[in-house]
Design a protein around this ligand. Sequence first.
Ligand code: 4FV
Length: 251
Amino acid sequence: MYFIALTIFPEMFDLFWNHGIVRRAIEHKKIFPSAVNIRDYTKDRHQVTDDRPYGGGSGMVMKPEPLAAAIRDIARKQSGTKTVLLTPQGQIFNQEMARTLALSEGLILVCGRYEGIDERICDDLIHYEISIGDYVLTGGELAAMVVIDAVTRQIPDVLGGEDAAEMDSFSDGLLEHAQYTRPEIFEGREVPQVLLSGHHREIENWRMESSVMRTLLKRPDLLQKKSLNRQQRDILAKWRHKIEKILDSHK
Ligand code: 4FV
């Protein structure tokens, strides 16, 4: 899969390409990422990429010409790419979108700066507007890295066996279960015995209960919009019963 980040700060991606799972995915030729400087598509010797907003007001806006030239040139060279604008105006990014985007041949990620980009680029040359959250960044580069990281994890065989994507939080719409590693006792606190038992069925049941209860306590909205299977409903029913017994004892 191709990732082409369009930015005036391509060097921001240097470290990102060279670490962890993204680096390994590059080495295993699962992803082909690059950062392209929008300034390379300017025609003036000062390589100007921004200008004052029509209608006045503070801040600057990214000029349409260099962006249009860059997007068209890259899309011509790399067929099958979809163009993504990182913007607070976009759809809030989530795991479902990461899975969907991982099916495409490539993404051109437009990283805005200043107050944003000329609207005429959005009208004609942008397939998806994506936001990583309801807050304002100084630039789209960090948001592009978030999207590239999450999408790369969804590409088959990028994650080795030890951390397969289907074990992820949100992979089945729930938060991930609690995780423990050595030592067995840390500052007097023990690892749940079932995890040391070797009983895989019991460990799976414990992990599902941990996942359901963490989701209930931390993100009940996820439980609302998810279809629960029999095991998950039984877990909630068990806890409802426990809570009702306590309430009954206080009548
Ligand atoms: C953003 C976000 C974001 C807005 C103006 C860059 C900044 C500046 N991108 N999710 N939230 N972008 O704040 O994606 O151009």
